[in-house]
Design a protein around this ligand. Structure first.
Ligand SMILES: Nc1nc2c(ncn2[C@@H]2O[C@H](COP(=O)(O)OP(=O)(O)OP(=O)(O)O)[C@@H](O)[C@H]2O)c(=O)[nH]1
Length: 204
């Protein structure tokens, strides 16, 4: 397995680019998972994320892949069958104006609250190759906000991967993103909206 490397803003010419979006309740461990993957270090302090983007390179079948990963503000993922887990409709004509103009620059979101984050979050989905639906198994609310029970959800949303990991223990973290990249570049990743990939984080 090839180690991930922090990458520049754009994929170099000829390198495949894959967009991955992490979603899940606030405090369920999304940023920690990403930090362990991207930087190799578990963050010791907790700072709630607004919307931040990270660029990481890894290898799939010996070829470089440029991962463009969005860490989203915590809250209801807005995915699921029959509207479960969906936090409400977008506001046509206004949501795009609320998107941060630059990755990692929350200033443009000043004054927004949880409801706004829940409306903004799905705007990151449409051109994503993979959604990682994360929950904290020690938190029933986090679990329910994703959709109820993990295996049940995996079946109902047509998930193509189910992984357990621990950011604190650095356990299976690389595998989550490796699987995401492989799914995105394989036939399993086609028809994304019918078959959503998820990475489940077991927090230990
Ligand atoms: N024990 C344990 N704690 C974890 C793990 N991952 C994250 N945490 C803790 O969970 C808390 C929240 O972690 P974050 O990674 O910031 O959570 P988040 O989902 O990004 O939170 P938001 O930015 O609010 O959406 C922190 O106190 C972390 O130390 C894990 O694998 N094991």
């Amino acid at each position: 397995m090839t180690a991930a490397q922090a990458a520049g803003e754009e994929a170099p010419p000829g390198v495949r680019s894959v967009k991955v979006v992490l979603v899940g309740d606030g405090g369920c461990g999304k940023t920690s998972l990403l930090m362990v993957f991207a930087d190799g270090a578990f963050p010791e302090s907790y700072t709630p994320t607004v919307f931040e983007r990270y660029m990481v390179n890894l290898q799939v079948k010996g070829k470089p892949v440029h991962l463009h990963i969005w860490d989203t503000a915590g809250g209801c993922a807005g995915v699921g069958q029959g509207g479960r887990g969906f936090c409400g409709p977008l506001m046509p004509g206004t949501d795009s104006a609320l998107l941060p103009s630059e990755p990692g620059r929350p200033a443009s979101l000043q004054g927004t609250g949880q409801d706004d984050y829940d409306r903004l979050r799905p705007l990151f989905y449409p051109d994503a190759s993979v959604l990682l639906l994360c929950f904290d198994v020690t938190s029933p609310n986090s679990f329910d906000n994703i959709f109820n029970r993990g295996q049940e959800m995996a079946r109902s949303v047509g998930a193509v991967a189910y992984l357990e990991c621990s950011a604190r223990l650095h356990d299976n973290v690389h595998a989550v993103f490796q699987e995401a990249a492989e799914v995105a570049l394989s036939s399993r990743g086609r028809n994304f909206w019918r078959r959503i990939t998820q990475g489940f984080c077991v927090v230990t």
